[in-house]
Ligand binder design. Structure first.
Ligand SMILES: Cc1ncc(COP(=O)(O)O)c(C=O)c1O
Length: 332
């Protein structure tokens, strides 16, 4: 038997929650999705939570809600799952990569400042429409500094908090620091709905756009044919609503100045070279591995000068599963 990278913990109460949704005949959106949105909004302390079909959708809707498209630039961390940069290209905008701090895996706020300064000096700062930091592996370290720098330049922040549901930065929930936060409920995340995502914000207009966009431009009392797509949530979100009740959000995972893996090992940071070899060694011991987060700047359509740290096959993170056991995962 191989021990999987992660495995969702599903029991009788989840099966009962799903059965009750199937029984209701209401399989898309519905009251359980609304309940889940309410719970998430309450947890992050924001006015709005809008459930969509994945975090990728949430990120894309966030960009569109901010009016981002052709001719615009979005600053993004190059070390992430490819969705983070892909959605920028999908909107017709250009990802601009600012390298990570090797001690946290997260975007380096000092490098962000110098990039914004140089764009400002070149008279190009107006094209930068958002900064998109990632809470890598749910580690929140330094994301508040990134928000502070973006604020100085009056640039909105979209937090890719895909893996950071329940994490905090100095006591503030991940996803609530910037203009919009986006969560994933993919089976490898803290809580799961199968596929699923959520966008959170305090801004009424942005939330209104997201609610309308996810449902073909229709909303109660609103129909905007110019704003449409199908990104509704299946009532499987009921599953997550159940999870949230059963296992309250995790405590802070991010330690300022240290990668989660490095902290456990008692070193400053972890850089792995020869990933394929390492993965084979781990697999020989019947532990499953996977490659997910990567040097996005080398794998997308927009190739660019090589950020230093993000180009290393970095990535060893430990994740505490709800059952209390610790699964080692290489990336994602
Ligand atoms: C950092 C990051 N952003 C975005 C995503 C995309 O999430 P989803 O699979 O829900 O679209 C992931 C998924 O692994 C991720 O790790």
């Amino acid at each position: 038997m191989t021990i999987p990278v992660t495995r969702p913990v599903l029991g009788d109460s989840e099966l009962a929650a799903i059965a009750s949704v199937l029984d209701s005949g209401y399989l898309v959106q519905g009251s359980r999705v609304a309940e889940f949105e309410r719970i998430v909004a309450e947890h992050v302390g924001l006015q709005h939570a809008v459930a969509v079909s994945s975090c990728t959708s949430a990120l894309r809707v966030a960009l569109l809600a901010l009016g981002i498209g052709s001719g615009h630039r979005v600053i993004v961390a190059p070390y992430s799952w490819v969705a983070t940069a892909n959605v920028i290209e999908l909107c017709g905008a250009t990802p601009v990569f600012v390298d990570i701090d090797p001690s946290t895996f997260n975007m380096d706020a000092a490098l962000l400042r110098s990039r914004l300064d140089s764009l400002s000096r070149a008279g190009e700062i107006g094209s930068v429409r958002a900064v998109m930091p990632v809470h890598t592996f749910g580690n929140t370290a330094g994301v508040d500094d990134i928000v502070m720098v973006a604020d100085e330049f009056s640039i909105p922040v979209i937090e890719d908090a895909a893996c950071a549901v329940g994490a905090t930065v100095e006591g503030r929930p991940a996803g609530s620091l910037g203009t919009i936060g986006c969560f994933s409920f993919h089976p490898r995340k803290i809580i799961t709905t199968g596929e699923g995502g959520m966008l959170v914000t305090d801004d009424d207009d942005l939330a209104g756009f997201a609610r309308t966009f996810r449902n073909h431009g229709q909303r109660v009392g609103v129909a905007r044919p110019d704003v449409h797509e199908h990104r509704r949530r299946a009532a499987a979100h009921a599953l997550a609503a159940r999870h949230v009740h059963a296992a309250p959000f995790t405590a802070q995972r991010g330690a300022r100045g240290r990668q989660p893996g490095a902290e456990r090992a008692g070193v400053d940071h972890v850089v792995l070279r020869g990933r394929a070899f390492l993965m084979r060694m781990i697999e020989n011991r019947r532990l499953d591995t996977t490659t997910a987060s990567r040097n996005v700047h080398r794998s997308g359509r927009t190739r660019t000068a090589t950020p230093r740290w993000s180009n290393s096959p970095i990535g060893s993170a430990h994740r505490r599963t709800p059952s209390g056991s610790t699964a080692t995962r290489l990336t994602k």
